[in-house]
Design a protein around this ligand. Sequence first.
Ligand code: G4P
Length: 538
Amino acid sequence: MNSPSASTTTSGRVAQEAERRRTFAVISHPDAGKSTLTEALALHAKMISEAGAIHGKSGRKSTVSDWMEMEKARGISVSSTALQFEYGDCVINLVDTPGHSDFSEDTYRVLTAVDAAVMLIDAAKGLEPQTLKLFQVCRHRGIPVITVINKWDRPGRAPLELLDEISERIGLIPTPLFLPVGIAGDFRGLLRRGEDGAAAEYIHFIRTAGGATIAPEEMFTPEQALEREGEPWETAAEESELLSATGQDHDQEMFLAGQTSPVIYASAMLNFGVRELLDTLVALAPAPGPRADIAGTEREPAEPFSAVVFKVQAGMDAAHRDRLAFMRIVSGEFERGMVVTHAQTGRPFATKYALTVFGRERATVDTAYPGDVVGLVNATALGPGHTLYVDKKVEFPPIPSFAPEHFATLRARSAGKYKQFRKAIDQLDSEGVVQVLRNDLRGDASPVLAAVGPMQFEVVTARMQAEFNVETQLDFLPYQLARRTDSESRAELDRQRGVEVFTRSDGAILALFSDKWRLQYIQKEMPELTLELLVAAT
Ligand code: G4P
């Protein structure tokens, strides 16, 4: 038992450690440069000496089967893990979203574990579908967003045009902290905006071979910049004043409220703008704060240990059935080996094996603080959204299920395997691999699986085979979207053509629609029916 003075010291230390942490994720569309940016951030943090060590080009795989093989070879999944590094006085946690181009519920769940997001945009392409979907989740959860416009070293759109697209399409007011000097394709450096949009400084970048080392920077005054760069500098300075005239200057309160987004122009490949991003995260992104429990009471970071599991990942290898539950620490100090309580069952859980995982690297974690992500090994009872705590009881709200867009029935090919099939479905359901829907009509032998991304189905069938030895048959259903309904509306919806109603394993009643026109027609004809949008519905 700690003496009162000892626990005061602990809570002081925890508060200090929490204060210096920044936990964020990158939201982007495939190919925008997330892996390249991650490497560049790690390079800046001096974790690796040369970019490419974490995510070598040769190791980059994109197809489903390659991905599966990759997971198998490693024995565990590499999706949704965290990169931690020190930067100045801060500890930065970059929580990674799945590395393959598939979009799945895991991608969304990561956003429940972070305090800020970096929205990474390709300068030539602007806002792309996956970025938009992820942004909606950030908005829904009130996560502040920093925007990075990437690939400025190659031809793209005009700087202000990209900003207009952001404000027009998603209603987020972009407030650049830096503007590029030189058009896309001729990236010379950044103008740092000062008070009222006046140019404060010119940061000139110097290219290094292949962008493999940190790009040296030279600082100049605005006068020197004008002399050195001429017209490109003048253009950037004018654009900065123009933005101020329309009120597009950084405002910390509005940023934290999700109304504005600081913007940085960068080239992840050349390591330009990466230091500026890190400095921005340190200066502006929020440190871990309190989190409300199911009763609405806030758990402060300095209180006794508590954490939320945001992802569970099982090994793809049958011989190697490890199961990792990734938790984000909400409060207190985590020490490996401590016995915590699993709020959902009230049972104790010994944290003997605690890891950080990034890419191929796994390292044992001995101590961790609010904002940190820790993987717990063989945590069979833990599921996404579950709470762990010590001393002072707490239970956090569950992670919402996200709007599925792909639907299929699944059955065991051989009737003799039905028992294993049921067991496997329950297991995969509890891990949150896929959503499981049932109704009386279809019965239990062929439940409907609902997914945010189609690769979730591939994971289910592969694991059915590898871990449970059940060969399955997957048949896609002609539904495209889902809405949450209630028992009162159910009977009427059941009578409609192009609609089928199911109960999800968490008790939610979902109506599936063949297409959005069918949904719109029913909404118009029967406005009394309950049809609620699920989180991140398109
Ligand atoms: P992702 O994780 O978001 O999917 O993107 P990733 O980092 O893999 O980058 C996708 C492609 O974009 C990569 O090219 C990468 O080199 C390139 N890229 C990323 N950042 C920048 C940048 O700042 N400038 C430029 N010019 N390119 C960038 P690739 O097609 O995999 O190979 P290659 O172009 O190197 O041949």
